[in-house]
Design a binder for this molecule. Sequence first.
Ligand SMILES: Cc1cc2nc3c(=O)[nH]c(=O)nc-3n(C[C@H](O)[C@H](O)[C@H](O)COP(=O)(O)OP(=O)(O)OC[C@H]3O[C@@H](n4cnc5c(N)ncnc54)[C@H](O)[C@@H]3O)c2cc1C
Length: 422
Amino acid sequence: MKYDVIVIGGGPSGLMASIAAAEHGAKTMLIEKGNKLGKKLAISGGGRCNVTNRLPQDEVIKHIPGNGRFLYSAFSVFNNYDIIDFFEGMGVALKEEDHGRMFPVSNSAKSVVDALINKLEELKVKIRLNTTVKAVHYGKDQHTIILENGDKIDTSAIVIAVGGKAVPHTGSTGDGYAWAKKAGHTITELYPTEVALISNEDFIKHKTLQGLSLRDVSLSVLNNKNKFIISHKMDMIFTHFGVSGPAVLRCSQFVVKELMKGRKSVDMHLDLLPEKTEEALYNELQSSLEENPKKAVKNLLKGTVPERFLTFILEKHNVTEELKAANLGKETLRNIVQDFKGFTFKVNGSLPLEKAFVTGGGVSIKEIVPNTMQSKLMDRLYFCGEILDIHGYTGGYNITSALVTGRIAGMNAAYEASFTGI
Ligand SMILES: Cc1cc2nc3c(=O)[nH]c(=O)nc-3n(C[C@H](O)[C@H](O)[C@H](O)COP(=O)(O)OP(=O)(O)OC[C@H]3O[C@@H](n4cnc5c(N)ncnc54)[C@H](O)[C@@H]3O)c2cc1C
């Protein structure tokens, strides 16, 4: 039995590629090694399936710092608004939450995955679950997929949609990189992105701030000249090994890239009160201290920042619980304010790629045709999704990239296969 298009991998990119190929008339097979389709898609966005993002297209691309600009051509064919229409057209009503994130109204990932599966069935895509692709043989007129059980299946075109290496228990174990290399592709260095960071600072080792969450802080990554590389205003949390939470995840790839340059540690700058200038905060606190000379400094500063952080900073500056406002030197107040507005700490690494949300690096986009997702090196070979050297922030951006590249790859694989006459 020969197929026009075989899609390997049943994540968002592979599901969309299969649908697009079948909609364009291709006899299509989808091969997935797991017992379920869309496992990672289903756990995205805290298990409610963050299908896309409603921000304007340019903003979406900005939120894909790993080669997002490569997606402009693909977006001109199928973009985030088309994804919304696509799901709503299948009866999956969507709602917008913070930062433009789109979720099913049902709050159920199952409703999204089921709709995709129904569509595949309606389009008569042959689905093979529990089927691992072991190797791919590229031929002049047709390609052959070799399964783990030894079976061989011929196809005109192949779409490789097996994802990256993050969270491998979902099935994404990096199998596709070898097949890409076999076709002559370059795999850029793989690294964890959207990942928690490790710090050897004493306050982390001693668990002084463990479990403390900070809301709407501004977190930045500094380069070796103490210049800001990137800042993100979001929430974060101190953990037993370092820092995590949305602001940290967004900053993480910039830290990882700095560490990849050989730096032993990277400084992070934390502004707990980004809406206030340092001067305004200093003046405000100074007036309060002057007006209440007999009150304890700690009581007067309470409420400015979360109490555990306040205690930590006051201890750092040797301000005792009882110290009266009249006895606090101006310089000490200045130092305290500086720590509220720019507490700097070192991070030394990240959790491994397996524990990251997203893989950085992958099949070099220089070797992929941007408006078809076709390999520039091998006829009738396509890539889509996280296997490509494209990565975005969590918030629906990776899934958008997977669905958009999947759509384009599936359509074009079907189109090219139709000329081979197999
Ligand atoms: C916990 C978590 C939360 C996330 N939250 C978000 C979020 O909120 N927003 C966002 O944008 N992104 C999020 N992501 C990232 C996003 O889910 C991925 O980028 C996206 O799923 C990638 O899609 P994909 O189709 O490329 O690959 P995957 O979803 O990884 O799918 C690849 C599929 O290929 C199959 N496969 C692999 N090898 C083989 C083989 N040899 N034979 C057959 N099949 C194979 C795998 O079993 C898997 O089903 C999150 C990721 C995680 C882990």
